[in-house]
Design a protein around this ligand. Structure first.
Ligand code: FEO
Length: 404
C-alpha cells in the first residue's frame, strides 16, 4: 500500500472501491474514500473510509508512519462511507482525541457504541495546532448532512471539504490533472446533480462565507475522487454556476414508451429542437426492453439544460411507472432551488382517456420546473400531421430556450 503526497507532510491515505456500482441511488464506476494524514510535530488523520477498508487505509498510513503515533482524528462527516473505519481505528488507537461538530458527536453515538471515545467538539473558527501545521474548522451544516464540516490547512492552503467538490470515480489518478480536467468536472457534475442540487442555496452561502474569510485555497481535497490541485478554480466556478442554475441552450427529453408512439413524438420534438440550433439529449428511461439511460445520468443532463421535456404514455390513467419514478427522483432533488428556473412540459400518447400528460405536468411543477404549456398529447399512434406538430412544438421550446 502506498500513500500519495499532496504537499510535504500531507498525504492521501484513502481507499479505492473499484467495484461499487450504485450508491445514494445513482450509478457509478467505483469511488474512492479519501483520508488524509497531516504531519507537523503532531499527526492528524482526516476522515476514513467505509467499514471493510480498515486494512487498506492503515496500510497506506503504515507507509508513512506507525498508526499508533497518530495524535488526532478529524471527523468531517459521519456518513458511514467515511466513518465506517472509525471503530477499528479507535480500537487500535485508544484515547485518540476525535475532533468533530456537536451534531457529529450525536450522530456517531447513533451509529456506533462511542462509550469511552475521546470526542472533542469544535465550532467554526476553532483551530488545532499540530506544530508547523495548523488546522482550522468550519462547520458546514447540511452540506450535505447536519454534522458536516470543512477543515482547512493554512500552511499549505489545502481545504478538506469532505463530500463537497467530490466525484465518484475509481482510478489510479489521485489528482485532477492526472484524470484530466474535463473528465474530473464531468464526474463532479454527476455528483452535484445527484446529491447537491437541493443544497444549492447553502452552497452559494458557504462559498460566500469562505470567500469572506480571505483564505488562500491552493488545493481542494474532497473525500471522493481526485484532488483539485490544478483546477481548483474551475471546480469552485462550476459549483457557483451549477448552484446559480447557469445552463446551456440545451433541452433534455426524458421519456418511456409502450408501443413506440411516445418515442416517435420524442424524436420528432428533438428534430424540432435541433432545427433551431439548440442542443438536445434524448433519454429513454429503462423499460426492460432497451438499455436506457439511468435516472442519475438523466439528471446530470438536466442540471445544465434550460428545459426538460417529459414523455409518458398513459397506463391505467397514470404516468408510466418508469417516468413516475424519475419524476419522483427529480422532485426530491428540487431543481427549483437552483438560482435560475428551468422550463418544461410533458407529452405522450394515450389509448383511453389519457391523463399522464396532465399528471406529469403537475409532477414537474412539484419539482420546481416552470411548466410552459398544457402539454402535447396524441391518441394512439401519431400521424404525419401530429408528428409535424411535435416537430413545431420542439422548435417552439427551443426558441424559448434561446430567449432565456
Ligand atoms: Fe461520502 Fe455523505 O458521504
Amino acid at each position: 500500500m502506498i500513500a500519495k503526497e499532496l504537499a510535504p507532510g500531507v498525504h492521501w491515505v484513502g481507499a479505492i472501491d473499484w467495484n461499487l456500482r450504485e450508491y445514494h441511488g445513482y450509478t457509478l464506476p467505483g469511488t474512492t474514500y479519501n483520508a488524509y494524514l497531516v504531519q507537523g510535530e503532531k499527526t492528524a488523520l482526516i476522515d476514513g473510509a467505509y467499514g471493510g477498508f480498515e486494512e487498506e487505509v492503515l496500510g497506506r498510513i503504515k507507509s508513512i508512519c506507525d498508526p499508533a503515533t497518530i495524535d488526532y482524528i478529524i471527523v468531517n462527516h459521519i456518513e458511514m462511507d467515511h466513518s465506517g473505519t472509525l471503530p477499528e481505528f479507535v480500537r487500535r488507537m485508544p484515547d485518540v482525541p476525535i475532533y468533530c461538530t456537536e451534531r457529529a458527536k450525536e450522530g456517531l453515538a447513533r451509529h456506533y457504541d462511542t462509550t469511552g471515545w475521546n470526542i472533542r467538539v469544535v465550532k467554526t473558527g476553532d483551530t488545532l495546532d499540530l506544530g508547523g501545521k495548523t488546522l482550522t474548522f468550519l462547520e458546514a451544516p447540511m452540506l450535505h448532512w447536519p454534522d458536516s464540516m470543512f477543515t482547512y490547512l493554512a500552511e499549505d492552503a489545502i481545504l478538506f471539504p469532505n463530500d463537497a467538490f467530490g466525484q465518484h470515480v475509481a482510478s489510479a489518478a489521485r489528482f485532477d490533472d492526472e484524470l484530466g480536467r474535463d473528465v474530473a468536472l464531468a464526474h463532479a457534475q454527476k455528483f452535484f446533480a445527484n446529491l447537491i442540487i437541493p443544497l444549492a442555496p447553502k452552497v452559494l452561502k458557504k462559498l460566500d462565507e469562505v470567500g469572506a474569510l480571505g483564505i488562500d485555497i491552493k488545493m481542494i481535497a474532497p473525500s471522493h475522487g481526485v484532488i483539485w490541485r490544478t483546477y481548483a478554480g474551475d471546480i469552485l466556478k462550476a459549483y457557483t454556476d451549477w448552484s446559480r442554475g447557469v445552463s446551456k441552450d440545451k433541452v433534455t427529453i426524458v421519456y418511456d414508451t409502450m408501443h413506440g408512439s411516445t418515442g416517435m413524438m420524442a424524436k420528432a420534438i428533438a428534430e424540432g429542437v435541433m432545427a433551431e440550433g439548440v442542443d438536445v439529449r434524448v433519454c429513454l428511461l429503462r423499460d426492460g426492453r432497451y438499455e436506457g439511460t439511468h435516472r442519475s445520468d438523466v439528471v446530470t443532463e438536466v442540471l445544465d439544460s434550460k428545459a426538460v421535456l417529459i414523455g409518458s404514455p398513459t397506463l391505467q390513467d397514470e404516468v408510466l411507472p418508469t417516468v413516475a419514478g424519475f419524476l419522483s427522483y427529480l422532485r426530491g432533488l428540487r431543481p427549483g432551488r437552483l438560482g435560475t428556473k428551468k422550463i418544461g412540459c410533458a407529452f405522450g400518447s394515450h389509448g383511453g382517456m389519457g391523463g399522464a400528460v396532465a399528471q406529469a405536468n403537475e409532477l414537474l411543477k412539484a419539482a420546481g420546473i416552470e411548466v410552459i404549456e398544457g402539454g402535447f398529447q396524441v391518441n394512439y399512434r401519431p400521424d404525419a400531421d401530429e408528428l409535424a406538430r411535435a416537430y413545431e412544438f420542439g422548435r417552439s421550446v427551443a426558441r424559448k430556450v434561446r430567449s432565456r
